[in-house]
Write a protein that binds this ligand. Structure first.
Ligand code: EPZ
Length: 417
């Protein structure tokens, strides 16, 4: 098991470079199986989810060359093999191979996906989308066999603006005959990145980034190149850290337009930050004001930053209310913060923060990726030593986090125990 150890109270000074977006990259990589040829993906983050997806591509006899964050993926000899349970369980995004293999070969055999334990995370909306396009789905225990004689365009209504379902239906629809409309589609910026890649491959997609996406089916897709957009969640996490203990901390390679709601919320708290077209510069703000935070679908406050943001709420003077509205089990960080001295009342998806309280080091457990990020954030400002066990969760979504933080003055290390 990996353990992160942090000695708190060291200011963060210098520059942190933001990498490519995890939640874009984990869809762009499976998207390659839709095309026949060599595809290039640039600015791929060096995270364990990427490695797991490359393992799946290799299982499908797809060759991958990786150098300096650039993936060259050759699908000319692809075989539509079954994706085994162990690989499917490594990450949530393995489910994108459902839509991609169905879209390309009209057949996909894969197990129920893995991913952070932040809720039941069903895939009913994905499957309903596939069925609307004419697919038949057989579920054998945790294995799905999805087949279609033909995929025909359809008018699909998502009960919830699901990011995963929107992307998976895009994959299944790009070569269906006729027109598909996805209504109540997710509007996350990562979806625009993915639609851009598919259109470069020869797809015909309009409206990505809005709640109505129109896909006109094409015959086949070909080689293309794409650059992964900056990771707004990685950026937001380091911006929150800088608000707490930065000293001229520069977060570089950010697209501030992807973080409008978050930056406004920080300003509401009194955080002093300077924003340019690709940087956010932060200094520690001591007298933070209490605020209310409610997560929601894009462009609202992102659920993935709710947990790191909670640490900021422990340092704000007064009572802050927090509501998580996307996942039913995303409060794993709260008992850990309480163990560090935070005064928080919580029930299900609602928490009340009584600030400002000083945090002290403790031995903690990362329950999922973003709760792990919250514990790192708390460890950076806590008095004494903080130990975070099950730190593997954190490495799934934050490339070289130990290096990036050490480089700006944090006393942080990771060990195998
Ligand atoms: C993606 O998850 C991201 N993961 C999540 O990031 C992110 O929190 C989430 O979108 C919301 O922005 C990846 O992109 C790999 P959803 P996804 O489908 O696609 C329910 C991180 O920390 N739902 O928008 O799984 C579901 O249970 C991760 O980087 C259904 O009910 O999110 C959840 O309550 C965590 N049926 C809600 O919708 C479905 O078929 C949001 O799910 C699908 C989803």
């Amino acid at each position: 098991m990996k353990r992160i150890i942090i000695e708190g109270n060291h200011s963060l000074t210098g520059t942190i470079k933001i990498g490519g977006a995890k939640n874009s990259a984990v869809a762009l990589i499976p998207a390659c199986v839709l095309a026949s040829g060599e595809l290039t993906i640039k600015n791929v983050p060096n995270i364990s989810d990427k490695d797991a997806l490359i393992e799946i591509l290799n299982l499908l006899n797809v060759s991958v060359k990786e150098e300096d964050g650039i993936l060259k993926i050759n699908t000319l000899k692809i075989k539509n093999n079954i994706i085994d349970e162990e690989l499917s369980n490594k990450l949530r995004a393995s489910y994108y191979f459902m839509g991609a293999l169905l879209g390309r070969f009209k057949k996909a055999e894969i197990y129920f996906p893995g991913g952070c334990n932040i809720g039941s995370r069903p895939i009913d909306l994905h499957l309903k989308g596939f069925e609307a396009l004419g697919a038949k789905i057989i579920k054998e225990d945790t294995k799905y066999i999805i087949t279609a004689d033909n995929l025909k365009g359809a008018n699909i209504y998502l009960d919830f603006a699901s990011v995963g379902a929107t992307i998976n239906i895009l994959f299944a629809a790009v070569m269906a005959s006729g027109t598909t409309i996805i209504n109540n589609a997710a509007r996350e910026v990562e979806i625009e990145n993915i639609a851009e890649f598919l259109n470069k491959m020869g797809a015909n997609i309009q409206g990505a980034g809005t709640e109505t996406i129109v896909i006109n089916g094409v015959k086949e897709l070909h080689s293309a190149e794409i650059e992964v957009i900056p990771d707004r969640i990685e950026a937001g996490t380091y911006i929150i850290m800088g608000s707490l203990i930065g000293k001229n901390l520069i977060i570089d390679g950010v697209n501030p337009n992807h973080l409008t709601v978050v930056l406004n919320k920080l300003k509401e708290m009194g955080v002093k930050l300077k924003v340019t077209d690709h940087q956010v510069i932060l200094n520690r703000t001591s007298n933070l004001k209490a605020v209310n935070v409610r997560t929601s679908v894009y462009p609202g406050f992102p659920t993935d930053l709710g947990q790191p943001m909670s640490v900021l709420l422990t340092q704000a003077k007064g009572i802050s209310q927090f509501e998580e509205t996307i996942f039913e089990n995303r409060m794993g960080h709260v008992p850990n913060l309480q163990k560090m001295g935070a005064v928080i009342e919580y029930e299900r998806q609602h928490a009340t923060f009584h600030g400002k309280c000083s945090l002290h080091g403790a031995e903690l457990i990362a329950t999922d990726l973003r709760s792990g990020a919250a514990l790192v954030t708390a460890g950076l400002i806590a008095k004494g030593i903080t130990i975070i066990n099950d730190a593997e969760h954190i490495l799934r979504g934050y490339e070289r986090i130990i290096h990036k933080l050490s480089n700006v003055g944090a006393k942080i290390e990771i060990v195998e125990v």
